[in-house]
Design a protein around this ligand. Sequence first.
Ligand code: ZN
Length: 171
Amino acid sequence: MAVLTINKYGNPILREKTEPVEKITNKELDLIDNMIETMIKAEAIGLAANQIGIPKSIAVVNFSFFNEQLHPQALLNIELIDSKGSLIFEEGCLSIPGIKEDVERSEFIKISYMDVFGETKTLECEGLLSRVILHELDHLQGILFVDRLPPLKRKLLSSKLKKIKKGIKIT
Ligand code: ZN
């Protein structure tokens, strides 16, 4: 297993819509192992494949953050089936270090995804887990959480975003 480099804001791959995974081979399984290790090392709850430079529809979510009995898991080809309600909560992103902002997202969601065995599953969840999955689903479609902020808020962040783009660390 290996810890991978996380692409930062300004890297064009973060704006790419990822391709669905057709078949799970050892290559995908290795990638998933490395993504899980990278997510855990970064103390994050989720990570999308394009964040580490692979334009495939793969996200990993650390379910153990929500329930100690659960393990980090890969969700492939996520599709949003249903969403309800709305919640505003602070969000951050490994690709946009140093910025945390309130984002409005659906409170309840139902998704379908493919697991590492190639089986299609559905998952209904709420609150923070919904938020994490929607954040990763956005990544896989080339959308970043700052895109979901009101225009004025985005304007206020533009100089910070420019710094991240240039590789300058912001505090
Ligand atoms: Zn993110």
